[in-house]
Design a protein around this ligand. Structure first.
Ligand code: SAH
Length: 349
């Protein structure tokens, strides 16, 4: 397997058959080698830096009904909340004082916020903090809406493709369209956002063939960011009794993405940290170079529960900032508080 890993390291290229063979045959030794090479690759691109993003979870209302997600429309046990503009701006002020220069606004697909609301919010944050990047993660919208957000000053957009196997996508997303989601990603790229795609690992029925689809899709899309986390069941969803994805498989995917898209911004996700006490550290060692500590107000933190066992739901933003810094340093990496744009988007400016 080492020759396929070396080939990906050297060329960034791999065929469907090679990827599948690799995933089917990886053993302990070749997995360790994969992580080593991914680590080498990340050092050659961004050194040992880990970029920080402050995450603000501003609404858990959602019109979608994703089978895995704790804030799905049909979950009557979810305690719904929305943050008003002043509260969101206050989170940004606190985040800015703590040194954050990227704010990620994430939420369910909440029709309460009109395009005008989102535009005003982006403008208000940019006017308070012109030195900061804004990342949106608010789901599928029309190309026109995305353009309005971009024109208002938003810099980046996260929209995981979730899985690039159409049949699996459709089983997991009642009344959503696989084609529409993929189209959104291309629209976002065309408009000029730094774009984040990504997928979950360990979904019920997900096989190595499906991960190959995800990896080949990422090679084609060439996103700036890729969010990969384990699926973790949430008790009030139809998948409550399914098993979680594993730390090992998630780290394998992180390493492969680091080799296939060397410059990509790749978070060690909160889901990974929730699955395992050292999950985020392991994610960084496997090629991750971003973490997204929570800036949401503590009184609503325990309501944005996409999955069970989410970490840091009771912690103040300042506490999270210190805790994550220690974790990053404990595995030999260095915190970078700059905006942390993708290197290609810097040369374009
Ligand atoms: N509404 C936005 C944000 C979704 S929440 C959107 O559609 O993009 C952010 C991510 O959390 C999702 O993209 C999904 O990959 C992940 N997620 C949701 N439920 C999860 C679960 N049970 N386990 C792990 N990750 C989950």
């Amino acid at each position: 397997m080492k020759n396929i890993i070396d080939q990906i390291y050297d060329t960034g290229q791999v065929t469907r058959d090679e990827l599948l063979e690799l995933l089917n045959k990886l053993d302990e030794g070749s997995t360790a080698y994969l992580h080593e090479r991914a680590h080498e690759k990340r050092l050659s691109v961004n050194g040992n830096k880990v970029f920080m993003r402050g995450l603000i979870e501003f609404t858990n209302y959602c019109k979608s009904n994703c089978m895995y997600c704790g804030i799905r429309r049909e979950n009557k046990h979810a305690d719904r909340y929305r943050l008003d503009t002043e509260t969101i701006l206050e989170c940004c002020r606190e985040g800015h004082e703590l040194g954050y220069r990227t704010f990620v606004l994430q939420g369910g697909e909440d029709p309460f916020y009109t395009d005008d609301d989102i535009v005003s919010l982006i403008k208000a944050i940019k006017s308070n903090h012109p030195d900061c990047a804004i990342t949106l993660s608010i789901g599928e919208k029309s190309k026109e809406s995305y353009q309005l957000y971009k024109d208002a000053g938003a810099d980046r957009y996260l929209l995981r493709h979730e899985t690039n196997t159409k049949a699996l996508y459709e089983r997991l997303h009642p009344d959503m369209s696989y084609e529409a989601r993929i189209q959104c990603l291309y629209d976002l790229k065309e408009i000029g956002f730094q774009v984040g795609a990504g997928f979950m690992v360990g979904l019920p029925g997900q096989e190595n063939e499906d991960y190959v689809n995800d990896l080949l899709f990422l090679m084609k899309l060439q996103p700036h960011m890729v969010g990969i986390g384990p699926f973790i069941p949430q008790q009030d969803t139809p998948l409550a009794h399914a098993s979680s994805g594993t730390l090992e498989k998630t780290c394998i995917m992180l390493s492969l993405v680091r080799l296939l898209l060397p410059k990509v911004l790749l978070p060690a996700t909160t889901a990974l940290g929730s699955l395992d006490k050292k999950g985020r550290e392991r994610g960084l060692q496997a090629g991750g170079n971003v973490v997204m500590p929570n800036l949401s107000p503590t009184n609503i933190r325990d309501k944005y529960l996409l999955y069970d066992g989410k970490i840091c739901t009771g912690d103040e933003a300042a506490h999270c900032r210190g805790c994550i810094e220690r974790r990053i340093q404990s595995v030999g990496f260095e915190v970078d508080m700059s905006r942390g744009d993708h290197v290609d988007s810097l040369t374009q400016k």
